[in-house]
Design a protein around this ligand. Structure first.
Ligand code: PAF
Length: 279
């Protein structure tokens, strides 16, 4: 596995692979890797000849500078994990490599940009799509893999891909959970033992809604889920919604196709998100 720090070196290494018609997959990450990331690498290996994983903590997608500062960066451990997973190339640029000069970025991501995470983290998806476009330009992958835990992020990246008419394929991969149901996240390491226990309520509420989908109206399901979360001390709910998977607008018609329940809450000092498909 090779670790590369510059776009020029990356392009030079990938060029002969492209000429040899090899399929290239990109798994973009911000590091602090866990089994969820490893599953993305493993899925990518099934689709492509070469897997590139990028590790870059992108400053433009953080709305809170303290959040950026405390974002975990266990780089040596990350590299070991990728090596073990059989990743081919790791792209780990410095900030000045990706942002050599000040720049403006604003594209139309549609109404969903301003819902859910977009409401709580203003401008977040502009920053995400800005860096993902730069990574796509650097790697020129045939496919890119993202975890479904950041469901809205995938929707926004698909919008960006459509905006620029890019031809790569975006693949959404299943959420990987701990044995007790907690969705894996780089942020979980910030949870105290008490928070870790309390955080289980997010999966519990989502699972309740899925298991009882046929028993109650959507309004009732939402109320039950909110009650489950609010009855846990140390958990502060930002939103729990049942939405249309294309628009992320709330959906109250149970007959509607493609429903997803999405939740975000602060557990202690750590903000977590999770979701579950309902059909
Ligand atoms: O999901 C993430 O880790 C990041 O938002 C991404 C897609 C790597 C862009 O920085």
């Amino acid at each position: 596995m090779e670790v590369i720090h510059t776009i020029t070196a990356l392009k030079m290494l990938l060029e002969p692979r492209k000429l040899a018609q090899q399929k290239i997959a990109l798994v973009p990450t911000m590091g602090a890797l866990h089994k969820g990331h490893v599953s993305l690498i493993k899925i990518a290996q099934q689709y492509a000849d070469i897997v590139v994983c990028s590790i870059f903590v992108n400053p433009t997608q953080f709305t809170d500078p303290k959040d950026l500062e405390k974002y975990p960066r266990p780089l040596e451990h990350d590299i070991e994990m990728l090596q073990e997973a059989g990743c081919d190339f790791v792209f780990m640029p410095l900030v000045k490599e990706m942002y050599p000069a000040p720049e403006q970025w604003h594209i139309d991501l549609g109404n969903a940009e301003f819902l859910l995470e977009g409401e709580f983290r203003k401008g977040h998806y502009q920053g995400v799509t800005q860096i993902v476009k730069k990574l796509f330009d650097a790697v020129d992958p045939d496919l890119a893999f993202f975890g479904q835990k950041d469901f809205q992020q995938i929707l926004m990246i698909r919008q960006m891909v459509a905006h620029f008419g890019l031809t790569l394929e975006i693949i959404s991969c299943p959420i990987i959970r701990e044995d007790d149901g907690l969705a894996m996240s780089s942020r979980n390491i910030h949870l105290s033992a008490e928070d870790r226990k309390n955080a289980l309520v997010l999966n519990k509420a989502l699972q309740y809604v899925k298991d009882h989908f046929n028993d109650y109206s959507i309004e009732e399901l939402l109320q039950k889920a909110i009650d489950i979360i609010n009855s846990t001390t140390g958990v502060e709910l930002d939103y729990f919604t049942i939405a249309n998977t294309d628009t992320l607008l709330p959906e109250y018609n149970k007959g509607a196709k493609q429903l997803i329940a999405l939740v975000a809450a602060k557990v202690g000092e750590t903000r977590l998100i999770d979701n579950m498909m309902l059909d």
